[in-house]
Write a protein that binds this ligand. Structure first.
Ligand SMILES: Cc1cc2nc3c(=O)[nH]c(=O)nc-3n(C[C@H](O)[C@H](O)[C@H](O)COP(=O)(O)OP(=O)(O)OC[C@H]3O[C@@H](n4cnc5c(N)ncnc54)[C@H](O)[C@@H]3O)c2cc1C
Length: 431
């Protein structure tokens, strides 16, 4: 099998992975990013989700994430330099009720991440259409990650590895302890409908149509009405499908993708037939992949818990700040409110470097939604802006470990925090 070598390997080019790759390369470290899709951006581009949740502390409106997340928003022309509050953003891209904001074009996000990767080409390479599919472990280290692409199988030998696959694939295959929620949150295929002329009754009628379709057996599951006009006034962006499945099981993942596609088409047809405003609508497209909220998470050197969120536990080695509410999607029908439980809204809270550090393997970090957190805490820390912040921290730590000839597993998180602060990232738990 062919072997290639790098200093830092980032597996998965999603929210966490793109930030990890950029931050590692910006430290002058030879970095390779591999991504199973033909583009980076993860949930934003593989599913078509435009939200940057976790950026804004809802009660105060202030940003708790800066660094690469904010840089991306600035480069997209959404946040001006110096923006630090929800009021600094264009009103058209925010919902104060949720403390949420979104980007206006997910295709532009693909172009932006390509440009940033190419700009750092001296240190950063990318292989798209490349899937990490196995690891070699020797003496408590990941000795190589096996990737599969059109070249066949290749061994990638890296001194430090960052797992940003969302599913903790590398950590799991390397034998690191992992957990998953019971039940898992459902998968959702996002899709878009064009030429919609929304009227006052549209949302209520859309909800009624979903309930009727479900009761008649045409739609097994949904969250509803689950529609937004985020991209254009006449374009309906729909996140109403809901498919319970385990996306780490290939057969179940395949079944979910097929079911999600069928359900999306059913929803479109129901709305076109019954909902005022949809009479002349057409189905534009669904996201390239069904979206996966919830699979494995590592059990790391520190586990972020609900109690940490409730008590806002402080950590000297905090490398990011979380702030999103407990956003737990149930695997069954829910009408109006997408989440179950209290929807507890924490105050901005610290996330420790050690939630990125798995047990047993010394040269591996895990960033993004599969970092070490309990089911409840992860329902908050899984959102996009928080994942970007975790990725930035992991990439910075991998580069620092290379500079100091140490390993990420034993690296001092306080030093990662200091480096992040110097690059305008890191935790913003306090003003
Ligand atoms: C349907 C849905 C709706 C959501 N709604 C919101 C919302 O409204 N607001 C919000 O902020 N968050 C939302 N989230 C949550 C949030 O988007 C994710 O938790 C976040 O993207 C996590 O970032 P990540 O980098 O861990 O994963 P991702 O962004 O998913 O990135 C993982 C990347 O790894 C790649 N990959 C996976 N396995 C491999 C492999 N073995 N080899 C190579 N590449 C691999 C994937 O292709 C992907 O690009 C939603 C999630 C879903 C699924």
């Amino acid at each position: 099998m062919k072997t290639i070598q790098t200093d830092v390997l980032i597996c998965g080019g999603g929210c966490a992975g793109i930030a990890a790759a950029l931050s590692s390369a910006r430290h002058g470290t030879k970095t390779l990013l591999i991504e199973r899709a033909g583009f980076s951006g993860g949930i934003i581009t593989t599913v078509g989700l435009p939200y940057f949740d976790g950026l804004i502390d809802k009660p105060s409106g202030r940003f708790v994430v800066k660094g690469i997340a904010l840089e991306l928003l600035q480069k997209l022309g959404i946040a001006k330099e110096g923006a630090k509050h929800i009021d600094d953003l264009p009103p058209a891209v925010v919902t104060k009720y949720w403390g949420s904001m979104w980007i206006t074009n997910v295709e532009q996000f693909k172009i932006l991440t390509d440009e940033l990767i190419l700009k750092h080409g001296d240190n950063l390479s990318v292989l798209y259409h490349s899937m990490a599919c196995d690891v070699e472990v020797k003496e408590g280290r990941v000795a190589a990650v096996i990737i599969a692409n059109k070249d066949g199988l290749t061994r990638v030998e890296a001194k430090q590895v960052v797992d940003c696959t969302g599913d903790g694939d590398i950590a799991y295959w390397a034998g690191c302890p992992t957990i998953s929620s019971k039940p898992l949150m459902p998968l959702t295929l996002h899709f878009r409908i064009g030429n919609v002329v929304p009227v006052r009754e549209t949302k209520d009628a859309a909800k009624k149509a979903l309930i009727e379709a479900h009761q008649a057996g045409r739609l097994p599951n949904f969250y509803g009405p689950g529609l937004m006009f985020a991209f254009a006034k006449d374009e309906c962006y729909v996140h109403a499908t809901r498919v319970p499945a385990d996306a780490t099981n290939a057969a179940d993942f395949t079944r979910a993708e097929i079911q999600g596609r069928k359900d999306a088409w059913t929803i479109f047809n129901e709305w076109r037939a019954k909902v005022p405003g949809f009479e002349n609508s057409y189905y534009i497209m669904s996201g390239p992949y069904i979206g996966v909220r919830d699979t494995r998470r590592i059990v790391g050197l520190n586990v972020l818990t609900l109690e940490d969120l409730q008590k806002t536990t402080r950590h000297d080695d905090a490398i990011a700040t979380g702030c999103w509410f407990l956003d737990i999607h149930p695997p069954e029908v829910s009408v109006d409110k997408p989440f179950t439980g209290s929807g507890f809204q924490p105050k901005p809270y610290d996330i420790s470097y050690r939630t990125l550090v798995p047990q047993k393997i010394s040269n591996l970090l895990v960033a993004g939604r599969c970092h070490s957190a309990s089911s409840e805490a992860s329902a908050s820390s899984r959102v996009t802006a928080t994942a970007i912040a975790l990725g930035e921290a992991a990439g910075t730590a991998a580069a620092l470990a290379m500079e100091t000839k140490t390993e990420v597993g034993t690296f001092d998180g306080v030093k990662v925090r200091e480096a992040l602060t110097q690059q305008n990232g890191g935790p913003f738990t306090d003003l």
